[in-house]
Design a protein around this ligand. Sequence first.
Ligand code: FCB
Length: 451
Amino acid sequence: MGFRKDFIWGAATAAYQIEGAAQEDGRGMSIWDRFSHEPGRVLFGHTGDVACDHYHRYKEDVALMSELGIRNYRFSIAWPRLLPDGTGEVNQKGVDFYNRLIDELLEHGIRPFATLFHWDYPVALQARGGWENADSPRWFEDYAALCARMFGDRIKDFITLNEPQCFIGVSMEEGRQAPGLRLGAPQTVPMSHHVLKAHGLAVRALRALSSDCRVGYAPCGAPCIPVSESEADICAARNAYFDVPTDERRWARNVAWWSDPAMLGRYPERALRVFEKYLPRGWERDMEIIRQPLDYYGQNIYNGRLIRAAHNEPGYEEVPLPVGFPKTAIQWPITPDALYWGPKFLYERYQTPILITENGLSCHDAVSLDGKVHDPNRVDFMHRYLLAYKRAAEEGVDAAGYFAWSFMDNYEWAHGYNERFGLVYVDYTTQERIVKDSALWYKRVMEQNDI
Ligand code: FCB
């Protein structure tokens, strides 16, 4: 018992966070290029202009992955690198870059998992209203089709969208990520419908053009952890996990609105009653497109919330974490059981193999006197989370795999380079890569297929 034989062990990155070469070889501008250059948006004004310079150093990076025993690599394709205007003319040099990367991965026996959209939305499309535009699903469908045509002969695993909760919720409601808007439900609800439709259309296009490919989705959401394993607390946690806030200015960070339509073909009922008035006319007709069978249901999980049963209207309440509760450098709480309850509740509800598309932490990593990077906190974190995930697998959850976030330190969005999530340390002045202790530890875990 434990992890299944064909368990997918891997590491993940995203284009804007590592590639750099922001203005090279005909790449178009993304909303992150613009946002990161606006004063006051990103800590210390950091931008992804250079990042890890992976665009030029991909060979060295792939060789390092291979040395570290990474057999599955999740990366993202930069939409504006392929289509500088978001639609229309293809930038051959962008295609060439991903061809080189994919070939390099395959030569090293590394299976590529390509995320089509990890937040670097083309500015040209944002100027046309972005996700608010009713044509936006078709733009994404065309881009997905292009990826299938260009790379589908070698990439067999595609992930459509990364964390719509963030690229709509954090970006369009809270304004903390590009494009930094603060909109309410009348605008964000139609966007959400277009995003979901884009996902469905993309799955269809990928399957039509690359019949043997596997497709997933990578939403997120903090799992709800019952304070005790009593039936009442478990039930309360489940309800809290799938509940959708009905606050018109802060509703988008939830699990069910973004997954029920894709996985079950319907919007969650209570939220639908509140938000239906904002859905585009004829939305019901799209539900068939939105619900597409997936090979795995991806989920990015970093931490969870503690929930207990309560005698109030929703029947649950959040339990504050005790003073001094352990947290990572970015101040996220360390809650290993998120990787037990999250997959368990998600599998119960969606009945599709669960793929952890991201999990990890930032630490105050530094190069020690011995020239190495010792990160015992990362080893301990991953160890605990993986034990929880293993428990879920042993209790019948179809646990398909796990991707560590991240292969290497990189540009952590509005936190700039101030948070280090990598298994590999990056010295941004010299671009030197230094393997952290955790990478060597993780190598053994992957080899043994056990923790
Ligand atoms: C997730 C993002 C990923 C990374 C991690 C730390 O929300 O998908 O790009 O920034 O957080």
